[in-house]
Design a protein around this ligand. Structure first.
Ligand code: G6P
Length: 518
């Protein structure tokens, strides 16, 4: 077994995620748009012959949207934190660089790694399997081999970055083997893993040909966090059935390399959003003005219905559009009064199931608009783009009804963002009971997206809801969303890691004393 020595001045806290928390600013965009430049983030470029190519350029980066980095920023800055991840482009070799006080450690993925590890095993095996096999998962041995290789690369990068006795927090399904691989390299560190997507029921999980290896990979962590109680229970059940390990409450006894036993603590930590920044955003006069402008641009409809999703088959976009089309056909929605705005941000565009979904959605939107549009009004405004947070906040403010119709979703942060944005206590959230957010947002109008008639009735109920009832429901949801914000979420996970470290140290001390006694 190779043991890694920590690098001099290693970080006390290292986050490991498939992606770095920054996006590269395209060369076509002016440098002024970049939040910062990274002078040390120079590319190690070379020609095919191995000769150095053009002199290295300083890359420009801006922070990618997402609450995780916002939540971790203060603790990362005070603990000299580091973030290990992929820069999002194939074959990009970059030196580590600092950004907003955080050390970023890029992991290179070749074009083949992207195809086999990212598009293949992560997004065409694990993603569909863990989301109720809505799309059939594909099991490929070369994909699995690439997943093992790339997970090892991430584990080695983390092992080289973390200080002696430090903490490593691994994120999400692309990196399920990292906890065990890292523990082999660095037994001194405390390891956390958070799973952002659902963990499937045993009957589905057991289809995975590498089911035992993946469970063993995750069990390398001291704390394993899930979104919902059901996910944590599904995981524990899989461990009991497949590995025959003993579980007691939230703890799993795992045999350790020294012949003893260690504990892996399994717990739900429902992820949250940066509520304060949303409520601050929607109070800005320019955002309020932009919401008005959006409404005017849509022809001043009486009602705006909104959907915001990555273009993914788990989100139930087809079901939503079907229900909406039927409401128009039955005359229960009038195109001159109501419009559906569907933002579908491009995602995983080289995976076949995503290409097919895009074709299907665009065909139904085209059909519905062709049938119901008038010269002055559109039935559906379909936008295949991503937007900055400011524009999203304005859209949320403009929307009378928000539709979240996921067939399966770990949490769904859009639902929480909509609630955080509605400081005016107006608007109605229609929320799928198959999204993790429905555990907390019980005052939403909860739906089963497979029940198209039920979904249609609920959309009409939302459109007709009196303002007093909108306010009552919105206030209750806002209390929940503000109480468990992203800071509360990350602190509760990091506290669990601290408790786990203390427990491990106490266990080691007891073991040392018993040797002395003997
Ligand atoms: C989900 C996953 C994340 C992932 C994101 C975007 O939210 O839980 O791990 O980063 O989708 O997907 P992408 O494949 O573009 O990273």
């Amino acid at each position: 077994m190779t043991t890694f020595l920590p690098s001099e001045g290693g970080a006390a806290l290292v986050v490991v995620a498939n992606r770095l928390p920054v996006d590269r600013v395209p060369d076509s965009e002016p440098a002024a748009d970049a939040a910062a430049t990274a002078p040390e983030g120079a590319e190690r470029s070379s020609t095919a012959s191995g000769q150095p190519a053009a002199p290295p350029r300083a890359a420009q980066w801006r922070r990618s949207p997402g609450g995780l980095v916002t939540a971790l920023e203060p603790v990362m800055q005070s603990e000299h934190g580091a973030w290990v991840g992929w820069a999002g482009q194939p074959d990009l070799e970059l030196e580590p660089f600092d950004f907003d006080g955080i050390r970023l450690i890029p992991v290179t993925l070749s074009a083949e790694d992207v195809e086999l590890y990212y598009e293949g095993f992560s997004n065409d095996t694990i993603w569909p399997l863990y989301h109720d096999v809505i799309s059939p998962p594909r099991f490929s041995r070369p994909w699995w081999e690439a997943y093992v290789t790339v997970n090892r690369r991430f584990a080695e990068a983390a092992a080289g970055a973390v200080a002696w006795g430090g903490t490593v927090w691994v994120q999400d399904y692309q990196l399920q083997l990292v906890p065990e691989l890292l523990r082999e390299l660095r037994p001194d560190v405390t390891i956390g893993y958070f799973h952002h997507i659902p963990f499937p029921p045993y009957g589905l999980y057991s289809q995975l040909p590498w089911r035992r290896q993946v469970l063993a990979g995750l069990l390398g962590a001291d704390v394993i966090g899930f979104q919902r109680v059901a996910d944590a229970n599904n995981f524990t059940m899989a461990v009991r059935r497949q590995l025959k390990l003993e579980t007691k409450g939230n703890d799993i006894s795992v045999p350790s390399s020294d012949g003893g036993t260690r504990f892996a603590h399994v717990h739900p930590f429902p992820i949250a959003i940066d509520t304060t920044s949303y409520s601050e955003l929607v109070r800005r006069p320019e955002i309020i003005a932009r919401a008005k402008e959006i409404r005017e641009g849509l022809g001043n409809p009486r009602r705006i219905v909104l959907g915001v999703d990555r273009l993914d088959y788990t989100k139930g976009i087809r079901h939503r559009i079907k229900a909406y089309g039927e409401l128009l056909a039955e005359g229960r929605i009038d195109v001159s009064e109501t419009i559906l705005v569907q933002v579908a941000s491009p995602s995983r565009e080289r995976v076949a199931a995503y290409m097919q979904l895009r074709d299907e959605i665009e065909m139904s939107v085209g059909r519905i608009n062709g049938t119901f549009d008038s010269t002055g009004h559109s039935a559906i405004r379909y936008l295949h783009h991503s937007y900055p947070r400011e524009e999203m906040a304005a859209l949320y403010l403009a929307a009378d009804v928000m539709l979240v119709t996921a067939l399966r979703d770990g949490m769904n942060l859009v639902a929480k963002e909509y609630v955080a944005a509605r400081a005016d206590n107006r608007g109605v959230l229609v929320l799928s009971e198959f999204a993790g957010a429905s555990d907390e947002l019980t005052s939403a109008l909860l739906i089963n997206p497979h029940d198209i008639e039920g979904l249609k009735d609920t959309i009409v109920e939302a459109l007709d809801m009196p303002p007093a009832e909108q306010a009552r429901r919105m206030r209750a949801m806002r209390r929940r969303v503000f109480k468990n914000d992203i800071n509360a979420w990350s602190s509760s996970f990091l506290d669990a890691l601290t408790r786990s470290r203390e427990r491990r140290e106490a266990q080691a001390q007891r073991a040392a004393l018993s040797v002395v006694d003997a």
